[in-house]
Ligand binder design. Structure first.
Ligand code: NAD
Length: 454
C-alpha cells in the first residue's frame, strides 16, 4: 500500500493530472472499460444480490456514464480560472480563483449500490485532477473483486488503483496521509473516518445516512404520490440511503393511504424473478430487520424468507416514534406509517431527531410546502416525488449534520475534489503610501473611506 501511495504521490507531482485532456482521456477509458465488460459486471452484482441488468443499468452504470459524459463536456468550464472584482483597497490589481486538484485521494464505497457509490466519486476525483485509491465495500464480494480485477489490470496503479478489504484493511489505509477522503457509509463509521482524517488534517466528504421522512398533507395527490413513494421505498429492497424511511400523514388520510399503497405494491409484483426485487445483503441484516418488525402491526406483507434473504414489501400501521423501528435507519423493505394531528407536531417530531439525508413532501398546498422547506433541515429532497433528485447532476447531492458533510455530482463533485486557490495579482506601476508607516490620522481616514466606512 505504501508503495502505491508513494507512486501516486510521485505521479501527482509530475503534473500529468493537471492536463485537462489527460483527465478527459482517463474518464473515457474508464467508460470504455466498463462498457466492454458490462456482462461480467452484471453477473457479479447478480451473484451478490440478484440485481437485474435493467436495475444495474438504471441505478448503477447509467448514472456513472452520465457523470462521465457531463464531466468530459464541462470540465474545461469547471477548471477555468475565474476572474472576480478587485476591491478599491487593492487597486490597481486583478483577482482570480484557480481550481487545483487536492492530490492523492481515497474513495471508500458503501455496499448498497456498489458500482455507483464507488465509481461516481472516482469520476469526480479524476475530473478534478486527483489520483485515486478506491476501497469498495467488501460485503458484495463479487462486485468488489470484479472492479479490482478490471481496474487494476487496466489503469496504472500510480494513477488509479482499487484496494479490496474489510475493516482491518480500511483502518490500515486510514493511517496513511491522503489529500482528500471521500466516504460513503453509515454515520458511525463516518465518525471513525473523520477522526482518522483529523490526524493529517485531510479534508473529507462524508455521504452518510439517516431516517428520511415522507410527509403527506391534506389535499395531496395521494394516488400519484403513493405510486412514486412505493417505487422509491422498495427499489433495491429499501436498501437505499435516500429511500423514504417512514411516512407521516394526517390521521384522516391513513386508511386511504394504506389501501392505495397496498394496491400499488400488488400491482408492482415485486419478486426476484421479475427483476425488480433484490436480496437483503446478508443474514445479519435480515435478522436486524426481523427484529425491527413488530408482526402485530403489519398491515400487508411481513413474510421473511431467511434462507433466500428476501423480505416482502411490508406496510406497518399504528407506529409511534417510540417503536423499535423508529430508533434507527431501516435500510430494508419495511415502511412504517405514522400519523400527525397538526403539521407543527410533525415538524417538532422530525426536529427532535438527527437531520435526515432526504425529505419528501407530498402536497398541493404551497403555504405548507414553503413552511416545511423553510423549517426542516435535511440534505436534499423532492416535492411530490422521491429519490429522483439524485438524478439531476445540477443539484449537489449530500447530507447535513448526522447525514453527512459536503456534496457531489456534476460540478459539486469537481468542487469536492478541488482546492480553490485565490490570487491577487498586483500591478507595479502605482503604489499608495497609505498602508506604510509613518501612520497618520489622515491616512486612517482615507483607509476607512476606501473601506466604505464613514
Ligand atoms: P458502513 O459504514 O458499514 O461501510 C462503509 C464502508 O466503510 C465500507 O467500505 C466498509 O468496509 C468500511 N468500514 C466499515 N466499518 C469500518 C470501520 N470500523 N473502520 C473503517 N472502515 C470501515 O456502511 P454500509 O453498511 O456499507 O452502508 C450503509 C450505510 O451507508 C447507511 O447508513 C446508508 O444510509 C449509508 N449510505 C449513504 C449514502 C449516501 O450517498 N449518503 C449512500 C449509500 C449508503
Amino acid at each position: 500500500m505504501k508503495e502505491i501511495l508513494e507512486k501516486q504521490r510521485a505521479f501527482f507531482n509530475s503534473n500529468q493530472t493537471k492536463d485537462l485532456n489527460f483527465r478527459i482521456e482517463q474518464l473515457q477509458r474508464l467508460k470504455t472499460l466498463l462498457l466492454s465488460n458490462q456482462n461480467r459486471l452484471n453477473e457479479a452484482i447478480y451473484a451478490d444480490f440478484g440485481k437485474s441488468p435493467f436495475e444495474t443499468f438504471t441505478n448503477e452504470f447509467g448514472l456513472v456514464y452520465l457523470d462521465i459524459d457531463e464531466a468530459c463536456s464541462k470540465l474545461k468550464k469547471w477548471a477555468k480560472w475565474k476572474r472576480v472584482r478587485t476591491n478599491w483597497v487593492n487597486f490597481p490589481a486583478k483577482s482570480y480563483i484557480i481550481p487545483e486538484p487536492l492530490g492523492v485521494s481515497l474513495v471508500i464505497g458503501a455496499w448498497n449500490y456498489p458500482y455507483q457509490l464507488a465509481l461516481a466519486p472516482v469520476v469526480a476525483a479524476i475530473a478534478a485532477g486527483n489520483t485515486v485509491i478506491l476501497k469498495p465495500s467488501e460485503l458484495p464480494s463479487n462486485t468488489s473483486k470484479t472492479m479490482a480485477e478490471l481496474i487494476n489490470n487496466f489503469f496504472d496503479s500510480a494513477f488509479f488503483h482499487v484496494v479490496e478489504g474489510g475493516i482491518d484493511d480500511t483502518t490500515a489505509l486510514l493511517e496513511e496521509r491522503f489529500d482528500k477522503i471521500f466516504f460513503t457509509g453509515s454515520p458511525n463509521v463516518g465518525r471513525i473516518v473523520y477522526q482518522a482524517a483529523a490526524k493529517h488534517l485531510t479534508p473529507v466528504t462524508l455521504e452518510l445516512g439517516g431516517k428520511s421522512p415522507a410527509i403527506f398533507t391534506e389535499g395531496a395527490n395521494l394516488k400519484m404520490g403513493i405510486k412514486r413513494l412505493i417505487w422509491a421505498k422498495f427499489l433495491n429492497s429499501g436498501q437505499t440511503c435516500i429511500a423514504p424511511d417512514y411516512v407521516l400523514l394526517p390521521k384522516s388520510l391513513k386508511a386511504e393511504f394504506l389501501r392505495l399503497a397496498k394496491e400499488e405494491i400488488d400491482a408492482a409484483s415485486y419478486s426476484p424473478e421479475n427483476g425488480n426485487y433484490i436480496r437483503i445483503i446478508n443474514d445479519r441484516n435480515v435478522q436486524r430487520l426481523a427484529r425491527l418488525l413488530d408482526q402485530n402491526k403489519v398491515y400487508s406483507g411481513g413474510k421473511i424468507d431467511e434462507e433466500n434473504r428476501i423480505i416482502e414489501p411490508t406496510l406497518i400501521q399504528d407506529v409511534t416514534f417510540d417503536d423499535a423501528i423508529m430508533q434507527e435507519e431501516i435500510f430494508g423493505p419495511l415502511l412504517p406509517v405514522l400519523t400527525y394531528d397538526s403539521i407543527d407536531e410533525a415538524i417538532r417530531e422530525i426536529k427532535k431527531r438527527e437531520k435526515p439525508l432526504s425529505c419528501y413532501l407530498f402536497t398541493n398546498d404551497s403555504v405548507l410546502k414553503n413552511k416545511l422547506l423553510n423549517e426542516l433541515s435535511f440534505g436534499g429532497g423532492a416535492v411530490n416525488e422521491s429519490l429522483m433528485h439524485i438524478s439531476n447532476s445540477r443539484l449537489p447531492f449530500g447530507g447535513v449534520g448526522n447525514s453527512g458533510m459536503g456534496s457531489y455530482h456534476g460540478e459539486a463533485g469537481f468542487r469536492a475534489f478541488s482546492h480553490y486557490k485565490s490570487i491577487l495579482e498586483k500591478s507595479t506601476w502605482f503604489e499608495t503610501k497609505l498602508k506604510y508607516s509613518p501612520y497618520s490620522e489622515g491616512k486612517l481616514k482615507w483607509i476607512k473611506r476606501l473601506m466604505g466606512m464613514k
